[in-house]
Design a protein around this ligand. Sequence first.
Ligand code: M6R
Length: 606
Amino acid sequence: MCGIVGYTGAKAAGELLLGSLELLEHRGYDSVGIACRDSETDEICIQKCVGRVRDLKMVCEANPVHSTCGIGHTRWATHGGVYEKNAHPHQCGKVTIVHNGIVENYRELIEDYNLQGVLRSETDTEVVAALMDVYYEGDAETTIKKVVRKLRGTFALVMMFEDKPGVIYAIRNVSPIVVAKCEDGMMLASDLTALGNFTKEYFVMPEYSILKLEPNTMSIKDMDGNEVEPEMLKLDWKVSELGKNGYPFYMEKEIMEQPNAFYETIKTRIDKGLPNLLGDGVPDSLLTDCKRICIVACGTAMHVGLVTQALVKSVLQMHIDVELASEYMYSDPVIDQDTLVIAVSQSGETVDTLEAVKYAKARGAKCMAVLNVRGSSISRVCDYVLYTEAGPEIAVASTKAYTTQLAVMFMLIAKMAQLRGVMTEEEVKTYIAELQKVPEKMKAILDRRSEIHVIAKEVLESKDLFMIGRGMDYSILLEGSLKLKEVSYIHSEAYASGELKHGPIALITEGIPVVALVTQRKIMSKELSNIKEVKARGANVVLFIKEELGAQLKEDYNVVMLPNLEDKFMVFPAVVALQLLAYYVSSDKGFDVDKPRNLAKVVTVE
Ligand code: M6R
């Protein structure tokens, strides 16, 4: 959480920092600030405010600073409320700092170093700046080492020292920092979206190394002073992928991109109609030898796990657990060498998922990850990584990450089914052929998005909404419900329809909206009975149903017909329809769809 950027070179720093912070706003957007060294006076000038980058731009336009070196930050508040005094950068004496993460022992440090008198904010970050200033005697690297040895927690710290013009220092533990040499200088940021316009090559800063950026050079040294050679990575996102391409919001653009993102994710993994994971470096033995699977993930990625679980059980008849990554290590999980732990994450930086993988690995599990961002922290702790080809996902509400992660999961299951002999080669080919139809079916529902927009208008004013379904439909609705609540602020709950009579049906009253999903033939009649039960109690039912199952129901319900696929694959058109519903409700309500209240795209604090 929190976006960080730093630049030193020949360009106008203020403009560059503000433009980059705009691209990092999905990491936090309650307040924002920059510190630029004035080229004329050599002073470090801090400009910050509560609100968005656009608000800071006005502040900076009114008081321009000519500078070619600076650091910036967009905040997601942890320690201290959303006030200007808590916005970064923080300055104590000769040290100016921005920070992402949490310094857990900041109270002890205040006491031990008697810092109370110098602090003006409520943040843990200012404590680090104050401590740096206590130790600083002109040698930045020695100071950073001394201070960092005293910190407990996670941090990405980026600093400027008053008497070191043109120089930016950084160090990190867990919280990410990516670095690039650009045409006109050196740049760092907390994620790649800020670098995409400036470079095609970057590296991930190694943990506990000190980075020193100067306009034409950079150096990285470990804590013992040895030079560190970073591993250069290619940035394969096109710059055009970073814009909204004419859509009002990234969320809409990303929903619309799904057929292509799905296609890109599966195309290189199919060979002669069969799944092929050789390019991913996954050995067959990994998939044949494991006795159980455990998926660890958060939020939408965890919902990918739930759909995968339904599929693994029906196709492979294998034991599979899906664990909330944030609960994993506190729940005494069963892990052994026969367990394949699969972490699912768009960003690859979600700290709960990262910690869960480290925990499992330390106990002997084989760890695999399904990720979107190359070089991310989770990629570096896992034994195997399968990448999705979603391209940058900027909207806080995850959409194309979900469908591309599932694309990988469907592939993985096909490969396991083939290797374990639970499907014949012909059956696997039929399964893959059905998977190849998914982009066209997603496109079909996207082409009919105006129908979903009409339904969105009907639920716009609701305070509460329920979603009901059974089996895989229930798993899909958990994602649909999360999407709706996070972007529209409507209280939405997904229930397994069979559970309604055990309590939740007490909440069904006249006119309450209920979204029902029916895509699985074998449980259809039971699902329809449950829908009748809520209808009989006055619910205003909207039915999303697979076309071939719902032909006769058009008269009785407000119906959205979902393009036909074999039942197992219906998750794809169904979730796209639910994403559109959430999107239209939010945009029609006039909300900032891409930046929902209190949320951030990348969750790097526990
Ligand atoms: O980057 P990750 O996939 O690990 O992120 C996990 C969740 O934080 C994320 O899916 C979150 O739930 C989204 N806001 C949902 O739209």
